[in-house]
Design a binder for this molecule. Structure first.
Ligand SMILES: [Mg+2]
Length: 217
């Protein structure tokens, strides 16, 4: 079987996977008041969805558009990101982003690198200085829990006969990771811990560029 005859799609999470820093974690650490409601606890208790948790946190603080732009400066894509994408392209891998975060910052960070990729994520806009996340009701992958159903994104490409790789680090990455074969499953952080507990095989990574090295083999 010639690998090149099969279309290849690498679905990657964004925060904490493609970027080392997680927009959500940094926002909590640096911008969200310590005495504000504990939205993550409410999510863990099943009182609100993952989407509502992030939406409530971001909308709580009127950081302002300029403040958010400055905040974004500390989040970095992998060094030489456009070159990494070009190398993946030479062996047939197309990169697709699936994120429970927001297009507001993902598109800005990609534009900084002059990169354009398919991005499946929640909408976001600034209203009265606050980042307001909105469900992507125009997406075929919309789901009330996290906004985007990442497993549905992976399934979309599998159903079309693509070879699919997936990389992630968080709680919403467990279902999509389990859909791809172990040698195409890349995990770090929380996702790696949960997969280990379940006895599921995967490749562990610290930096997204390590996945590129694997996919180029
Ligand atoms: Mg993540």
């Amino acid at each position: 079987m010639k690998a090149q005859s099969i279309r290849r799609t690498f679905v990657t999470d964004f925060d904490g996977t493609l970027t080392r820093q997680d927009f959500y974690n940094l926002f909590l650490e640096q911008l969200y008041p310590a005495d504000a409601p504990d939205q993550w606890a409410a999510f863990c208790a099943g009182k609100i969805t993952h989407f509502e948790c992030l939406r409530n946190i971001y909308a709580h603080v009127p950081v302002g558009e300029e403040g958010l732009e400055r905040f974004l400066e500390q989040i970095e894509l992998p060094p030489n990101f456009p070159t990494l994408l070009a190398s993946l392209h030479t062996v047939g891998w197309e990169v697709v982003i699936a994120s429970a975060g927001s297009r507001w910052y993902i598109e800005r960070l990609l534009a900084r690198e002059r990169v354009s990729l398919p991005v499946h994520t929640n909408h976001g806009r600034i209203v009265d200085g606050r980042l307001v996340m909105e469900l992507p009701t125009d997406s075929p992958f919309v789901h009330p829990h996290a906004g985007i159903d990442k497993a549905a994104v992976v399934r979309h490409y599998l159903d079309r006969g693509h070879e699919v790789a997936f990389a992630g680090d968080g709680i919403t990455d467990i279902p999509p990771a389990l859909l791809v074969p172990p040698h195409r499953r890349f995990a770090t952080g929380y996702l790696a811990a949960r997969l280990t507990e379940r006895g599921e095989r995967f490749s562990r990574f610290e930096d997204w560029s390590e996945i590129v090295t694997e996919l180029l083999k």
